[in-house]
Design a binder for this molecule. Structure first.
Ligand code: SF4
Length: 327
């Protein structure tokens, strides 16, 4: 065994490590698949019940018309994807969706708005939504774009549990994907959210034409944050006609599984979420992802604007695997 391989075997003493080097993360990706899966599954069961999956529902509360240029996103105004710009949903309509999500078994209700960053008036409306959804007994998460420190504080005061803001990819590949905000902008928003005392939901997307080294860089960056994100969504690119990434080559599903496994090992106490891309994923690949340590999914027929497996299909899959939802 190489020294680097020995290093990555170091047990988690006194909480998760934050000093992952790229070489160590690279070594994990390079492990033989059965060895990687074994280590990921071992880490998973040291921290969680491996039969449990946390279920979140995601609602687009303000769809389309976004001024940013994220190359994967059907909601960017500059791409012709057929997504129409809509206004912010009303409070009543959002609460009706949240009630339905709770009745459907969700424990967390996530609300996404296609903004560069929220305006003050918008934030007032979102804070009212957070308060209303919390009053239904659901955890709340929002994703609204970049935040200033005082905006994060306002959201915290409204009772917000999680803020989602993804790093998307490695620092090196980032400029191939987004040019209208920097990697540092993202890190700044994450710092404001953390300082406000809100839990962080932060991950990325694979299958965007990036190389292995970019997946290494993305996980190493996430795992080196001063506090690991409590929730780490790992998305498989959903190729949408009209976006620049509609023609990206397909990623080998096993490379997706490897990314989940490495995320689980490097961030052992985080919820690793199997996010976008499940609609096109075989049940066998999803089962491997659970084995690799994924323990959270989005549930419901739509993920913002892209399709997601129906609730019945997900329930049947969990039942088939002998798994259950986390209370
Ligand atoms: S990912 Fe978010 S910020 Fe980027 S274009 Fe889409 S809605 Fe806008």
């Amino acid at each position: 065994m190489s020294l680097a391989q020995d290093n990555i075997r170091r047990p988690v003493l006194g909480g998760p490590r934050h000093d992952w080097t790229r070489a160590q993360v690279r070594d994990l990706f390079a492990l033989p698949f059965p060895e990687l899966m074994f280590r990921a599954a071992q880490t998973h069961r040291e921290n969680f019940d491996p039969a449990e999956v946390q279920i979140s529902t995601l609602l687009s509360i303000k769809t389309g018309g976004c001024p940013e240029d994220c190359a994967y996103c059907p909601q960017a105004a500059r791409y012709d994807t057929g997504v129409k710009a809509e206004k912010l949903m009303s409070l009543d309509a959002v609460l009706a969706e949240a009630r339905a999500a709770k009745d459907g078994g969700a424990s967390r209700f996530c609300m996404g708005a296609a903004w560069r960053s929220p305006k003050d008036r918008d934030l007032d409306n979102v804070c009212a939504m957070v308060e209303g959804v919390k009053a239904l007994g659901l955890e709340t998460c929002v994703t609204l774009g970049m935040l200033e420190a005082q905006q994060a504080k306002r959201l915290k005061d409204s009772g917000l549990d999680y803020y989602n803001h993804n790093l998307d990819t490695s620092p090196e590949y980032y400029s191939e994907i987004i040019t209208t905000r920097t990697y540092q902008d993202r890190l700044d928003t994450l710092a404001h959210v953390r300082e406000a005392g809100i839990h962080v939901c932060c991950g990325g997307i694979v299958g965007m034409g990036e190389g292995l080294e970019d997946r290494v860089g993305m996980i190493a960056t996430l795992a080196s944050l001063p506090v690991h994100p409590e929730s780490v969504p790992i998305n498989m690119l959903v190729q949408v006609e009209g976006t620049p990434l509609a023609v990206a080559g397909k990623l080998d599903p096993l490379d997706f599984v490897r990314t989940i496994a490495v995320a689980r090992i490097c961030m052992p106490a985080s919820m690793v979420r199997l996010s976008a891309g499940r609609e096109d994923m075989s049940e066998e690949t999803q089962a491997l992802c659970f084995l690799a340590g994924a323990n959270s999914i989005f549930y419901g027929p739509k993920l913002l604007t892209t399709p997601n497996p129906g609730r019945d299909r997900d329930m049947a899959l969990l039942e088939n695997l002998g798994m259950r939802k986390m209370e």
